[in-house]
Each structure stands twice: as C-alpha cells, then as structure tokens.
Design a binder for this molecule. Structure first.
Ligand SMILES: Nc1ncnc2c1ncn2[C@@H]1O[C@H](COP(=O)(O)OP(=O)(O)O)[C@@H](O)[C@H]1O
Ligand SMILES: [Mg+2]
Length: 215
C-alpha cells in the first residue's frame, strides 16, 4: 500500500499542520511508514518540524521542505524577496522521491488552495501537477461554509479527487457548530474524516483518535 494526499485548507491558520500531524501519527500507529512534506514554507520551519515529529521515517530535509522562505508572506512574494524561483517540477520530483520512502505521505499546501506560488502558478496548479487526492481541512468559524464550498469547487474544477474533509473548530466558541457541519456534509461529496472540537491544548496524538484515515 502506498497512499499519498495533498492536504489543503479553507485558509491559513485553520489547523492544516495539526490535522496533518494527527493523520501521520494515526498512520504511524498502524505500522505504516508515515511521512509529511511541506513543499513551500514562508517565515518559519514550525510546520515541517511538526510533520517530521509526527512521521515515522526519516527523509532529507531537501525533500520534505524544498523551499523555506524568509518572510511570512504569500509564497510568491516571500520568494521574490528572497530572490528564489519556486519550481513546481522540482517539487514534483521531491514528492515522487518521498513516495518511494513512505506508505502514507501527506503534502501540506501553503495557505489556502489558490495561494500564489509564482508569478503564474498557484497551490491548485501544484496539487494538479502532483495529481494527489485532496484532504480539505475546514476551519470552523463564521464564513467557513463559503470558503469550504469555494475550495471544493476549485478542487473539482481541476478534476482532482477529494478523499475527505475534516471539520476543525479553530475558535473556542461558535454558534450552530453542528448545523454548520451538517450543512457541509450535505453539500460536500466526500467523506467527513472527523470533527475536531476546539482544544484547550492541541495535541496531535489526541486528535488522531477523532479522525479516520482517508482511503
Ligand atoms: N481544534 C483546534 N483547537 C484549538 N486550537 C487549534 C485547533 N486547530 C488548530 N489550532 C491551533 O491553531 C493554530 C493554527 O493551526 P495550524 O495547524 O498551524 O494551521 P495551518 O497549518 O492551517 O496554518 C495553531 O496554534 C494550532 O495549534
Ligand atoms: Mg501549516
């Protein structure tokens, strides 16, 4: 078995890294060789550190995080400031090399699905180039229904399969949480992998118990 997924979210800061780490931990606990990849990080290496900590096999950092940009900006702007040009073909080769080393690979996108990566390409182009099934993390808060449905539409428009979505409550209090999740369940044509309530102290291992692994 060799499964790989591109994990995207409704926005930045919606729990992509936390959910990716939880899924990697769940896969590792089942004895799978679990690996995370962060193709492009801007303004810090916390994401790749969390993915490495959650995975169960080692891989060179040049493969797991090919681009680490200096400033916390949209990748195309951070890359411009660093004088770097992001090469999607290079990312595809790194992803392929990681797939050889893993049974379960999660590629965490930067920001939301259509965040610009270069002057002409964006996260959706990268997902399409990698050709992986998507996992969508919906950060439950006011406005998330629109963001989730737009993201699903953009995924479908590229002909990519949506392996599942996660309802992640990023705010401590939200009115009508269940109704919001039910609304998305009725409209998103993919399995809900789990509902994660707001956590006082987020812990990927604990969250893993709330999630199903995508198939
Ligand atoms: N369900 C949750 N409950 C509480 N805090 C959360 C939850 N999900 C995410 N967070 C917190 O929100 C912040 C952003 O999460 P992160 O996984 O880094 O998002 P992203 O990768 O989408 O930018 C982190 O501090 C994380 O611990
Ligand atoms: Mg992240």
């Amino acid at each position: 078995m060799n499964r790989a997924f591109f994990l995207t979210g409704t926005d930045t800061g919606v729990g992509k890294t936390l959910i990716a780490a939880a899924l990697l931990g769940a896969a590792a606990a089942r004895g799978l060789r679990a690996l995370g990849m962060k193709p492009v990080a801007a303004g810090g290496d916390e994401d790749i550190a969390a993915l490495i900590a959650a995975g169960s096999v080692a891989a060179p950092r040049e493969l797991t995080n090919p681009y680490l940009l200096g400033e916390p900006l949209s990748p195309h702007l951070a890359a411009r400031r660093d004088g770097v040009s992001i090469d999607v073909e290079h990312l595809a080769r790194c992803c392929e090399a990681l797939r050889q080393r893993a049974d379960f690979l999660i590629v965490e996108g930067a920001g939301g699905f259509r965040v610009p990566l270069t002057e002409t390409l964006d996260g959706a182009d990268l997902a399409a180039r990698l050709g992986l099934p998507l996992i969508l993390v919906v950060g439950l808060r006011l406005g998330c229904l629109n963001h989730a449905l737009l993201t699903e539409e953009a995924i479908r428009a590229r002909g990519l399969p949506l392996a599942g979505w996660v309802a992640n409550q990023v705010v401590p209090k939200m009115a009508c949480v269940e109704e919001n999740v039910a609304t998305l369940r009725a409209r998103i044509d993919a399995p809900l992998l789990g509902f994660v309530p707001h956590q006082a102290a987020p812990d990927a291992a604990r969250i893993a118990a709330l999630l199903e692994l995508p198939s």
